[in-house]
Design a protein around this ligand. Structure first.
Ligand SMILES: C=CC1=C(C)c2cc3[nH]c(cc4nc(cc5[nH]c(cc1n2)c(C)c5CCC(=O)O)C(CCC(=O)O)=C4C)c(C)c3C=C
Ligand SMILES: [Fe+2]
Ligand SMILES: [Fe+2]
Length: 342
């Protein structure tokens, strides 16, 4: 019988906080046609002609504020998840990053070196997006076809709607919520609106109320719907009134129209509407990273407090919490079982 293994895939971080390493990382990231989805020549002009002239130095400074002795928080946390999961399952577990090292190819190679030929690959993103889930699958398939044609890969699908995940996230938030808060804000990583239209095979999503409808044929590939639905399901579990919740989208880049409302603008306007004590959580990320530890916990906090807010309470991601490791284990085991049916 074929030997099985698990590959946990996350976004990836630069090798170090040196500007040249950040530049190399951003080049690979932003030249991905599923991230900046322009024709190659226009993408290269924008990324290599404009963005990479100034952004690496700025991003390197931001990375320095979150970097740990062991490296980037995102990679350190993903490794902890790997180690904890390895103790619970009897197949090899490795990690791979979509950008930079350890790459998806490195991860698959490590599994193959242990005799594995059937891999469950877990893109660590609760919601589907072209720039994340789809990009990971495309890359893994490219590597598999080129380097490991005999290996079979079974992909774990977005899990934002799964009860086990929602219960886990709701329990984690409940434990960390402060006693008194005026609102709980759900801040998701944004994407350009164009990405949503582009990946909608049904062409029925118009980015209005269709995303919050119970059913719509576009939901399987609508990142906006999946963020709304995650929020709705979590607040139901938490028994929180909808009036006490806010949803927003962070981390926009460039001049395109990204999904609204924007987190930074929201943080600046809500204190004048009576939200003085804020709790904020970032459920597009399962591991804390630059975008949560710096953009939200530091920059976001400053924006909120300077705009009249009084208390800002950041709720960490699931990281290596045992209850989350249990969810990862269950989702992986489901897919491992499927190999027998394929
Ligand atoms: C959670 C899902 C993510 C989506 C969707 C996503 C889309 C997306 N991101 C950029 C540009 C940047 N993102 C950056 C960092 C970053 N992004 C995610 C996740 C998603 N991105 C994570 C987990 C991180 C942190 C990585 C880390 O090392 O901690 C950055 C780099 C940092 C910076 O310079 O600000 C950029 C740039 C685009 C353009 C995009 C969709 C089109
Ligand atoms: Fe991003
Ligand atoms: Fe939608």
């Amino acid at each position: 019988m074929a030997k099985k293994g698990i590959l946990l895939v996350n976004l990836g971080s630069p090798r170090s906080t040196a500007v040249k390493d950040v530049k190399e990382y951003l080049d690979e990231f932003l030249m991905d046609e599923r991230v900046i989805d322009y024709r190659w020549i226009f993408r290269a002009l924008l990324v290599r002609g404009i963005i990479l002239n100034t952004r690496p130095a700025k991003s390197a400074e931001a990375y320095k504020t979150v970097w740990t002795d062991q490296g980037s928080p995102l990679i350190v946390i993903t490794k902890k998840v790997q180690q904890k999961l390895q103790k619970l399952v009897d197949v090899p577990v490795e990690i791979g990053m979509r950008y930079a090292e350890p790459s998806i190819e490195t991860g698959i190679q490590k599994l193959v070196d242990q005799g594995v030929s059937e891999i469950v690959l877990f893109p660590l993103y609760p919601q589907y997006a072209m720039s994340t889930t789809e990009s990971v699958i495309e890359k893994a398939e490219e590597v598999r076809k080129k380097k490991f044609p005999k290996v079979r890969i079974n992909y774990i699908q977005p899990f934002y709607h799964r009860d086990i995940y929602i219960n886990c996230l709701a329990d984690s938030i409940r434990e960390k919520l402060p006693e008194n808060f005026d609102a709980l804000q759900f801040s998701y990583h944004g994407v350009p609106e164009r990405h949503i239209y582009k990946t909608d095979p049904t062409k029925t999503c118009n980015l209005n109320d269709c995303c919050s409808r119970e059913t719509n044929p576009s939901h399987q590939f609508c990142y906006r719907h999946q963020c709304f639905d995650t929020t709705k399901k979590v607040i139901e579990k938490l028994n929180l009134p909808i009036e006490k919740t806010i949803i927003s989208f962070q981390s926009r880049l460039g001049k395109d129209k990204w999904m609204e409302p924007y987190t930074d603008e929201t943080l600046e306007t809500i204190p004048s509407k009576g939200v003085k004590n804020l709790a904020i959580v970032c459920p597009a990320f399962v591991s804390d990273c630059l975008e949560t530890l710096e953009e939200i916990s530091v920059e976001g906090k400053e924006q909120f407090l300077h705009s009249g807010g009084e208390n800002f309470h950041y709720i960490p991601c699931l990281n290596d919490e045992d209850r989350w490791i249990e969810v990862v284990k269950t989702l992986c085991e489901e897919k491992l079982q499927q190999f027998y049916l394929l």
